[in-house]
Design a binder for this molecule. Sequence first.
Ligand code: FES
Length: 405
Amino acid sequence: MSSRRLAPDAVQPASFAFDKAGKAMVETWIAKYPAGRQASAVIPLLWEAQKQAGGWLPRAAIEHVAEVLGMPNIRVLEVATFYTMFNLEPAGTHFIQLCGTVPCHCMGAQDLKKVLKDKIGAEHHVTADGKFSWLEVECLGACCNAPMVQINDDYYEDLTPESLAKLIDDMAAGKPVKIGPQNGRKASEPKDSIKTLKDAALYDGSAVGSWKKAFDERVAAQKKAKEEAAKAAAEAGKATGGAPAAAPAAPAPAAVKASEPKAQAEPKVKVVAAKAEPKAKAEPKAGSKPKAAPKAKAAPAPSAAEPAPVGDEFKPELLKAARGGKADDLELIWGVGPKLGKMLNGMGVFHFDQIAKWSNENLAWVDQNLGAFKGRAVRDDWIGQSKKLATGWRPENAVGDKPVK
Ligand code: FES
């Protein structure tokens, strides 16, 4: 960081006064503030003084500004020593400010510093021809084009030691130089290696609201799956002459044991469903109130909102063992952990393509047999996930939403 002391007496001029253009500028600035508040113009006046003094603020210039504004010298000195935009020592005609803050540091500012030291010398040193001096400063706000330097009023970005050295050589030779990024990119556009920012969907507006849309679709799919499962169960009940499985009395004691998938799943559901009253339908479309009300109310059903149990006729194709002795890593399915993976294997599910082929009823059948994990298969759209995984798609290789490999 820069030293904030006045330059030695040896380099201090004896006096300073604004020239004609400077005086006009001073009047313009002072006129911008209400009477008695002219001290507010201290920064623009110091800036004018610095420009007139050749890029730095001699003590005499600071005192002159204090006099013009009617301020104590120390108040103006406080301002001049606080802001690094004010040079307190003579500077080169090409005054280079090197950003050394973290992003620029990580991108090679230290290598640029070596170039400056080699070509110009230590910080604050002005070259013998008076053309160059440099200073390390804090972030200049061009981090996305790091590393960078400011030379007088312009930024030079995306620098390498070579491009900075050439920049200095060209300036020394009086050649024109290019302002801005020095690596050919325009402003802070993505570099070629950055794929994500090249995704057109990020800029064409199609991504707006996509998260909510996906969420709504998932909720709708869950609702539909539940309705279809309930409908299927009801039809199964009709076929056997009994009540639809939604009969509230049906799941009673077994269903409470959510951690025991098998106990909840198979025969009990069917048998009880068959015994239930025909009109005890849970389905709203029936429009009729269940006549089996007393029984339904008496049952300590776990949740009135739960879908009806799905009969075994919707049991998906299950395997005795993994094909070729090698099961797919079912934990790649979002929401499936080691415990659930083992549970699926125990059920006879080993492969993504098995799940990918399931109907919604199959999914509902499996879901109701997941014990404490009941609800996950539908909620997390295992079928959709497995369809992708069965193609070889893997999350870590995904670009956008397309299968990779
Ligand atoms: S860190 Fe260097 S410009 Fe921001």
